[in-house]
Design a binder for this molecule. Sequence first.
Ligand code: NG6
Ligand code: CA
Length: 510
Amino acid sequence: MKHRFKGLTLSFLLLFFTACEETKKESQGLRLREKPNIVIIYLDDLGYGDVGAYGATAIKTPNMDRLANGGVKFLDGHASSATCTPSRFALLTGLYPWRNKDAHVLPGNAPLIIDTAKITVPKVLKASGYNTGIVGKWHLGLGNGDVNWNERISPGPNELGFDYSYILAATQDRVPTVYIENGNVDNLDRSDPIDVSYSENFEGQPTGKDNPELLTMMWDVGHNNSIVNGIGRIGYMRGGESAKWSDIDMADHFLNKAQSFVKENKESPFFLYYAMQQPHVPRTPHPRFKGATDLGPRGDVIVEADWCIGQFIRTLEEESLLENTLIILSSDNGPVLNDGYRDEADVRNGNHTPWGPFRGGKYCLFEAGTRVPFVTYWKGKITPKTSNALVSQIDLLTSFAKLVGSEESTQDSENILDALLGESDIGRKKLVLEASGRTALRKGKWAMIPPHKGPSLYSGVNIESGNDEAYQLYDLEIEKAQLTNLADSLPEKLEELKQDFQEIIDSEEK
Ligand code: NG6
Ligand code: CA
């Protein structure tokens, strides 16, 4: 009797514990499902003032506006650098780009500049149960040097935490002009292997310099090496005919891949880094967007990008995922008009102000170099608002980690999750900005640019560098355009910022 009782108690206890385990598993599963999908929509060279919600009138961007007006529209949001590679490095690693001597605009055959042992955004999210993907522009190098484009190319995005990758290696204006899926060149015919060189041409191959009659878009500065689809590129390439991309179809192509990724991963939380190629040069709108603006191809490709964003949001809606997806919309650096092709971006710009109310643009240390459209959108979760918080893309790593319950962080990436979700107006206090190897500091309303040698104007692109041999100090609350240097009149403030700046710059990488 006693034994039977004991047996029963044991069975009950067993049942009880099994039930508890099940509930625990279920609640974990629930929590897992409750983690929102995360999508970064990242444009290339889109300026603060290129978006309707940020003041543009010559370009209509209803879909970006929908995100900006339905989410948090940050007015002081920054890319980590005024050029592409360093910004993308910081976005994925949560580290300042000036910590990595290789984080500058890379050629298309550069080796991968991120150490595969380092923590990255996709690794953090993958460890929290996310399926991770990148579609679009990479520009962080591939392989270990001397890449063979006809075999699997590694290391690359898949070795940094992305389960799926569909990328272009560097930029639309650099060879190789092919797509790479999970390390393999897409549509490659092995009997027509690809060769790439950034030092010399392959015998018998036409170039933009020697064969301008083959060009449909004229180069202005550089961009006169190999010709692909009538467009001169940076770098030389031979072979790979069947794999070469169609420039006018690139936007649709990436959109398709991004939509497929969403559909294939809708059951689990997913992270998608949708790195669009517009409005970087060469600007090649699909014919259905030609003439969408009066600004020429630069305006037209922004409308094209906006349409793609609309289609992408529609897919999220159709899959009933919009309420469960945090979308970040931003750009890798500030705007540029003529960036090396004669595509009329400068002559047809009219009164449009891609740089918004700020000074400078791409490559530049003044605000327009890094202050870009920065939007967070999460339907039903984020209450629409405008935020003045100082936020940087470098902070996404730690903030996403917090969002998914991970403790991962880096020394440079701050937790600004509350600001990103619109629940707080407090962003980061200080931020070091970078432009082509030069650095400057933002602290609250102050911008401080230490002395930098070199020309004050970039030839070719006609953009100021921000360089001066003296210290520059600006009060952005009084004057967004950074015209009045207060360094001499506010020596104490200058001293304070110099010290803050030096402290960050001297901090060792952990
Ligand atoms: C510059 C190119 C420019 C663009 C830029 C990279 C010339 C004259 N200029 O060297 O066209 O490709 O590199 O842009 O070649 S970024 O957005 O990827 O940083
Ligand atoms: Ca860029």
